[in-house]
Design a protein. Sequence first.
Length: 302
Amino acid sequence: MPDTLPTSAFSLYDLHSHTTASDGLLTPAELVTRAVAMRVGVLAITDHDSVAGIAPARAAIQRAQLPLQLMTGVEISTLWEHHEIHIVGLGFDPQHPAMSALLAEQRQRRQARAVAIAGRLEKARLPGALAGAQALAGDGAITRGHFARWLIAEGKAETMAQVFKQYLARGKTGYAPPQWCTIEQAIDAIHHSGGRAVLAHPGRYGLSGKWLKRLLTCFSDAGGEALEVAQCQQPPNERTQLAALAHTFDLAASQGSDFHMPCPWIELGRKLWLPKGVEAIWSRYPALQCAAPDAHGQRGDL
Ligand code: AMP
Ligand code: MN
Ligand code: MN
Ligand code: MN
């Protein structure tokens, strides 16, 4: 395994993906195998408030000698002006105490929110949601995605989109307001542990242009480095608009599929390219490419 990453011209980067360590359906080993099949060369596993998928993924890569570079990642849920904003951290030390402390708090917040969601569903005559969602989450971080899957299994809806619209989106029966950390706290933990912060899927928060610029100002002022400009499923023109915003705010650009499970629309590595005029995060921050020694002295994660 080389110590430095191949350049972007020769390698496909997918810097946003999920495993069973949060609400993904594939195990870390299954995910890295699929990434290779999809010709991804550099993958970041970015589970919700968890880094538990990284070590098993690295072990699987080494075991099978897969031609894949793994970048450490995480997707941290934050609260900003009553919006749930996701901050992706890349290239940090997953065992750094600043990161571990923040993720431990976030895990407690997730658990408390899950109890609140289940309480609301119970009042709406849907008992057993906590046990059901917890069983689906296993050891992983519990998310609304698990409640969604449980509700579908109970026959309450047919698709994920439907179940969120009916039960779990903001303002619906099963929505409980979360207590996430702030954007500043997420970025601080990422920086203290040696990583770079990316504002995830900026188009998915339902913000007007004016509010999106406010969010970018806050993110930038807090020291955030990059904008997720490219995802595999985006409305037409969004990529160009986000590229223009990255340029205006002098932010680097990132790209990721946000893969959760095999499905016809979202796939690892699919349609991931950056428009001209933006600088890729891996080019602006070459230190991301330096593999940091882990606790066992190996050079593995990036
Ligand atoms: P949480 O972090 O517990 O609030 O859960 C958020 C997760 O739920 C997201 O990362 C998505 O995986 C999933 N999710 C949110 N909204 C939708 C939606 N409309 N359709 C499908 N999945 C969704
Ligand atoms: Mn998710
Ligand atoms: Mn997200
Ligand atoms: Mn995600």
